[in-house]
Design a protein. Structure first.
Length: 152
């Protein structure tokens, strides 16, 4: 038998198909399938490489953002520490001012006690002023902590 019988109109309608032609068609089909597989794998490899590059870029950007966030956090902590130091200094200064005011008040009282010409009204007036001024210093100390207190 030289070939296969076929009714395919492409081959001139009925007749025998040459064995060489059949082998050529099979080889052509195999080559075509192989080419499709190769092209598909190349596209897949290119897509994967593109995704790798994109992922690498995202990681680099994330590292930059992390570095920026670390720097901002360090700056915020430094500013908070500075604010705490300044608050402590302000409170210490207010305490010193109150002590100085008390010492001044005691000297006034002592001077009033030993002064034969001092009258009681001026001492009482000064006592009221020092209490008001003392509360102003206290108010400023509290206001330094972010609390609002009206001054007297």
């Amino acid at each position: 038998m030289d070939g296969y019988y076929t009714d395919n109109p492409i081959y001139g309608g009925g007749g025998k198909m040459d064995t060489g032609m059949l082998i050529a068609l099979v080889v052509l089909a195999v080559v075509l399938v192989a080419a499709i597989v190769v092209v598909s794998r190349q596209r897949s490899a290119k897509r994967k490489e593109g995704l790798r590059i994109e992922a690498r870029e995202h990681r680099e950007e994330a590292e930059i953002q992390t570095s920026r966030a670390d720097a901002q956090e360090a700056e915020a902590q430094e500013r908070a520490a500075r604010a705490r130091r300044e608050q402590a200094q302000a409170e210490e200064q207010a305490t010193l001012a109150r002590q100085e005011r008390r010492a001044a008040q005691e000297r006034h009282e002592h001077a009033d006690r030993i002064d034969p010409d001092a009258d009681d009204d001026s001492a009482e007036h000064r006592n009221g002023d020092s209490e008001r001024i003392g509360s102003d210093v206290s108010d400023r100390s509290v206001a330094g902590r972010g609390e609002d207190r009206p001054r007297g």
